[in-house]
Design a protein around this ligand. Structure first.
Ligand code: CP
Length: 365
């Protein structure tokens, strides 16, 4: 079954195909109004959301389909202890496709292993948010006319911001990308993303704490919210929450055609006075997200109807040999899950948790 758990589940050609479909939907919405007649989307949101859940729902309605689901864990049977795996099996009886958001990293992947319908990751903890990346890519493509040869500044909470991690994965596949990482020391990009994405793919990057120094060079400025809900202490959140505030004064130093993106919600990291600047693209970005989700629903439903061609997996796995030490990993709450690690670097005995991608060294084999 074809799912979307990580943005890398899609090739660059497939992403281009989704953008072409989204652009066609924008140009000819009536042609798509009946495409999902009789189909149902289940939105399983164990964490709050405005844009992702409601744009998925709007997307399905605009395709002529229907929607069922819940918007908080408390109103589902997970509040009574039902597992993600069982929830996915049950929803496979009621719907044709699932969009799931969950605070635990790897939860949508667990759902995909247990569902008989396509599963879309709508955000899992601080890990991934691939459909936000699809929205980001369409916005960049429509605004700049390309996805290559761009200097992208990512500013704010680069540690917990899952949208940043997914966007870097996606952008690192295009030529001529330069990345400027702008964050306080405490919220720097995790080294598994820096090494595993930027270094591994040979992407040129610099790190700085100064937005003012970085802004004149940027083609794209991707602002992010400081992720209060992921901080271990409120005290640290309050110390860092106003680290960066984009104002009209700071925008004066930016290129005339720089694009400001933000996955939203914003708290105060972009002054509302910036909203009227033609370079502010974050509300368009939210709209483009709906069109990309329409394109994605169409693609996954179409592929679900095709006979499956299972791909051989020759990877080396450890099952219940080591435990994942990431406190946000889904294995910490779903007791029946096996702890499974895949060998990713034989020379360094490095294994990766199949759910949350935390890496561990193991010398036992
Ligand atoms: N960008 C985003 O994921 O917004 P929501 O949390 O409102 O879905």
């Amino acid at each position: 079954m074809r799912n979307l758990i990580n943005i890398l589940d899609l090739s660059t050609e497939e992403i281009q195909g989704l953008m072409d479909t989204a652009n066609d939907i924008i140009a000819h919405p009536a042609a798509y109004a009946e495409k999902c007649r009789g189909k149902k989307l289940a939105t399983l949101f164990f964490e709050p959301s405005t844009r992702t859940r409601l744009s998925f729902e709007a997307a399905m309605y605009e395709l002529g389909g229907n929607v069922l689901g819940f918007s908080e864990a408390a109103s589902s049977s997970s509040a009574k202890g039902e597992s993600v795996a069982d929830t996915a099996k049950i929803l496979s009886c009621y719907a044709d496709i699932i969009a799931m958001r969950h605070p635990k990293e790897g939860a949508p992947y667990v759902a995909s292993l247990n569902a008989s319908i396509p599963v879309i990751n709508a955000g899992d903890g601080g890990h991934n948010h691939p459909t936000q990346t699809l929205a980001d890519l369409l916005t960049i493509y429509r605004e700049k006319g390309r996805l290559d040869h761009l200097t992208i500044g990512l500013c704010g909470d680069l540690k917990y911001g899952r949208t940043v991690h997914s966007l870097l994965e996606a952008m690192s596949r295009y030529e001529g990308i330069k990345v400027v990482l702008i964050s306080p020391e405490e919220l720097k990009l995790p080294s598994y993303v820096k090494k595993g994405v930027l270094v591994e793919k040979g992407v040129e990057y610099i790190q700085t704490t100064s937005l003012e120094e970085a802004i004149p060079e940027l083609d794209i400025l991707y602002m992010t919210r400081i992720q209060r809900e992921r901080f271990p202490s409120e005290e640290e959140y309050f110390r860092l929450k106003d680290s960066y505030i984009l104002t009209p004064e700071k925008m004066q130093a930016a290129k005339a055609d720089m694009c400001v993106l933000h996955p939203l919600p914003r708290v105060n990291e972009i002054s509302v006075a910036v909203d009227s600047d033609p370079r502010a693209c974050y509300f368009k970005q939210a709209l483009y997200g709906k069109y990309m989700r329409m394109a994605l629903i169409l693609k996954l439903l179409e592929e679900a109807d095709k006979p499956e061609k299972p791909e051989p997996d020759e990877g080396l796995y450890l099952r219940n040999v080591i435990k994942c030490r990431n406190s946000r990993c889904i294995t910490t709450t779903e007791q029946e899950l096996d702890h499974v690690f895949k060998l990713v670097n034989r020379e360094h005995d490095l294994y990766r948790c199949i759910y949350c991608e935390t890496k561990e060294k193991y010398h036992g084999i």
